[in-house]
Design a protein around this ligand. Structure first.
Ligand code: 5GP
Length: 316
């Protein structure tokens, strides 16, 4: 009964990407995908289908930049509709829900891609990063962070940290050159784009963990981040695996998770996936640290060696 819903279905048909059984429903004058529709997953799978029929060129839709909310106003909608139909390519200008993507195959001469690990606190992101680097330190490396605290006698500038003034740190922060930062005991700490670049320049794979809010700063053609979401399994699996893990590894010995903590972790993971899922290139369920580490290793290898979807702006 409403024009907007028809237009949205037209948009899907004309781009050949949104199936008719996933029409939108109207809710409080806003448009939402009908549940349990997961736009990015679905669109990716459709893109792969296209690939099978030999259209391995450019595609207009890869995922949703924002949340599942599509748009609020008719004019906004018309703009998107016109953009997709015109085959004019990239719709990734701020506010548009789509971005153009291409298949990117890393050549030998290209730098490695940054590997970003994202996940709720307690799920083992830090530990997985540590284990990955420990397995092959000549291949994997963390970036050297910046800090405003003073250097200790046994430390070396550029090894533990880059020691900088508060002014320098803040200018990096405000210039969007810090991928993440935080304050600890009155001092600033953070990881800069340049520090990541330095690892990649050495021909190594830089591995870092990030809050999901930092993904967008990292998403540049220079770093070409491959984002891996580390997700907890369901609560009963988590309880069991942590019980077993206490016996076989030191990692969980001090981690006494209460049921509320596990629930909180699961809720946070769900929120992260809803809000930032469109940026995740790969998802690993960590219900066993050793398996998760093996999966991580194989995902990292694939990210560097096999073609992956990336925003078109990264390769043009
Ligand atoms: P320390 O001064 O003892 O070397 O580090 C103290 C704390 O600074 C660490 O426990 C950690 O919480 C924080 N820290 C160290 N490096 C970084 C970083 O790169 N980013 C952020 N956000 N915090 C860091």
């Amino acid at each position: 009964p409403c024009m907007d819903a028809r237009k949205i279905s037209d948009l899907g048909t004309c781009a050949g990407l949104i199936p008719s059984n996933h029409l939108l429903k109207r809710k409080q004058r806003e448009f939402w995908w009908s549940q349990p529709y997961q736009p990015h997953t679905h669109l990716k799978s459709i893109i792969y289908k296209e690939e099978f029929v030999g259209c391995d060129q450019k595609f207009f839709i890869a995922g949703f930049r924002r949340s599942m909310r599509l748009c609020r106003r008719k004019s906004h909608l018309r703009q998107q509709h016109a953009g997709v139909c015109s085959a004019s390519g990239c719709l990734s200008a701020s506010g548009a829900p789509y971005e153009e993507v291409v298949r990117y195959q890393r050549r030998r001469s290209d730098k490695h891609r940054l590997i970003v690990l994202v996940g709720p606190s307690g799920v083992g992101v830090n530990e997985l990063r540590r284990q990955l680097i420990e397995r092959n330190p000549s291949h994997f490396q963390s970036a050297v962070p910046h800090t405003t605290r003073s250097k200790k006698s046994y430390e070396m500038d550029g090894r533990e940290y880059h020691y900088v003034s508060k002014e320098t740190f803040e200018s990096l922060m405000y210039g969007h050159r810090m991928l993440e930062y935080g304050e600890y005991k009155g001092h600033l700490y953070g990881t800069s784009v340049d520090a990541v670049q330095a690892v990649l320049d050495e021909g190594k794979i830089c591995v870092m963990d990030l809050e999901p809010q930092g993904i967008q700063i990292a998403r540049t053609h220079e770093l070409k981040p491959y984002v891996i979401f580390i997700k907890p399994s369901n609560i009963s699996c988590m309880k069991q695996s942590r019980k077993n893990a206490k016996i076989i590894t030191d990692y969980f010995v001090d981690m006494k998770f209460k049921d509320e903590d596990l629930q909180e972790m699961e809720d946070l993971a769900q929120k992260m996936e809803t809000q930032f899922g469109q940026f995740f290139d790969h998802v690993i369920v960590n219900d066993n640290l050793q398996d998760a580490c093996a999966q991580l290793l194989s995902a990292v290898q694939k990210a560097q060696e096999e073609p992956q979807w990336v925003p078109a702006t990264w390769v043009s």
